[in-house]
Design a protein around this ligand. Structure first.
Ligand SMILES: Nc1ncnc2c1ncn2[C@@H]1O[C@H](COP(=O)(O)OP(=O)(O)OP(=O)(O)O)[C@@H](O)[C@H]1O
Ligand SMILES: [Mg+2]
Length: 215
């Protein structure tokens, strides 16, 4: 269970982006994080990913302080970043394989799981293409494939449908729902009301506060 308790999130000495946020990211659930541009969606996901320590309050995983990104990785917290985070001069499949090998897969296991994940996103035909030669939406889907291939306990997906056509957006939402169904805690930061409506619950960020919206 990944929990923020009374967490105030801020950069350096600047005024807080979010104040006193308390929320739990539950296994088996798909949570939408909504709010206007600059409201703090990425900031909230950064805290949940162990990339940003709260100025006050706590971030805990199964009751223990999260501390940092290394600890988060060890707990299986996977982030699909808003800017996709892919290496542009590697191919789509190499981008997946390097992270899988870094997590302890053998090269053969990494090749197998990469092929499965790229196929789920409709990218089997792009496996050998350099990321810098892929379209924006293909890059976004490669980043999602990489996140799915890691099979995390917590999946933090930051605006992962922003560049997708309607068919691919639906496919990605169904894949995220599938991740929740297999028991992962899934968080989707999104501007898109239709994507938010497909989630089990919604937390809306506005004016530095988080408000839960019923379903
Ligand atoms: N690394 C950083 N250093 C300083 N300020 C930052 C940093 N990252 C974000 N901010 C500030 O924090 C606030 C929230 O930004 P954040 O990226 O979390 O918003 P967002 O809701 O994800 O927006 P968008 O919908 O545009 O992705 C903004 O005012 C932004 O300028
Ligand atoms: Mg953002």
């Amino acid at each position: 269970m990944l929990t923020l308790t009374g967490a105030t999130l801020a950069y350096g000495q600047a005024d807080p982006v979010l104040s006193e946020v308390t929320l739990t990211v539950e296994p088996g659930r798909l949570l939408a994080v909504t709010g206007p541009s600059g409201a703090g969606k990425t900031t909230l996901l950064s805290a949940l990913a162990g990339l940003l320590a709260p100025r006050s309050g706590t971030v805990t995983i199964d009751g223990a302080a999260l501390h940092d990104r290394d600890r988060a990785v060890a707990h299986g917290i996977v982030l699909i970043p808003q800017d996709n985070g892919l290496a542009p001069i590697l191919t789509a499949q190499e981008n997946l394989q390097v992270v899988l090998i870094a997590r302890g897969h053998t090269p053969a296991e990494a090749r197998r799981d990469t092929a499965i994940a790229l196929d789920k996103l409709g990218l089997s035909g792009q496996a050998d293409q350099l990321v810098e030669e892929l379209s924006g939406g293909q890059q976004q889907r490669t980043a999602i494939a990489r996140g799915l291939a890691l099979g995390g306990n917590v999946l933090l997906a930051d605006e992962v449908t922003s560049e997708l056509d309607a068919g691919n957006r639906q496919r990605v939402i169904e894949l995220l729902q599938g991740e929740a169904k297999r028991g992962a805690a899934v968080v989707l930061a999104t501007h898109d009301p239709e994507a938010a409506a497909a989630c089990d619950a919604e937390v809306h960020l506005s004016d530095g506060r988080a408000t839960f919206k019923g379903r």
